[in-house]
Write a protein that binds this ligand. Structure first.
Ligand SMILES: [Zn+2]
Length: 177
């Protein structure tokens, strides 16, 4: 099945009845902000993305977003590459007006989309789909990734053990032997 082109920006009023669905691969090279999190030798270049945007009640839209891929992050202990499986299954409300915020539960994830200048502003509300996807990816990336079994952690822990003797005199007498 050939990929239909991805649409970055969607005018909500245009998809009110039909909704918008897209599945396919997006090149990681497009994700400029996510790139900052990536270790130099990223193996695969694609993220698989699935998007379903449908109209809900009261003029809000629901975006069901799934993202799969592998990111090569940098381990914050040893600074080597670390494969991080990216797996996002989120539902995000897309609100074209601030008054819709009060319809949200505390646990709801939502974005307030920019209204562009138009005679009827809410009609022209546009969601930057790509930006929402990248935001969700950034939220899913751990702030301080570390190998579960990091070689540097082991040597470091060993070092700390040696640097903190319980009794400095006991350590000294050990050295004299
Ligand atoms: Zn490590």
């Amino acid at each position: 099945m050939p990929d239909t082109p991805f649409i970055d920006r969607i005018v909500l009023s245009q998809i009110k009845d039909s909704g918008f669905t897209w599945r396919g691969n997006l090149s990681l090279s497009r994700f400029t902000r996510l790139q900052h999190e990536i270790h130099a030798d990223q193996p695969s270049d694609d993220l698989w993305v699935s998007v379903d945007l449908v109209a809900g009640v009261s003029g809000l839209f629901w975006l069901t977003l799934r993202v799969r891929g592998e990111l090569r992050l940098t381990c914050q202990r040893c600074l080597e590459g670390l494969i991080y499986p990216l797996s996002i299954d989120n539902r995000v409300a897309v609100l074209s007006s601030e008054r819709l915020v009060e319809l949200m539960d505390e646990s709801d994830d939502y974005v307030l989309v920019a209204e562009i200048e138009a005679p009827e502003q809410t009609e022209a509300a546009t969601v930057d789909l790509f930006q929402v996807i990248e935001d969700e990816c950034l939220l899913a990336v751990p702030a301080s990734p570390k190998h579960d079994d990091c070689a540097a952690a082991k040597t470091q822990a060993g070092d700390i053990e040696q640097l903190k003797p319980d009794n400095p005199f006991a350590q000294l007498s050990q050295l004299k032997k």
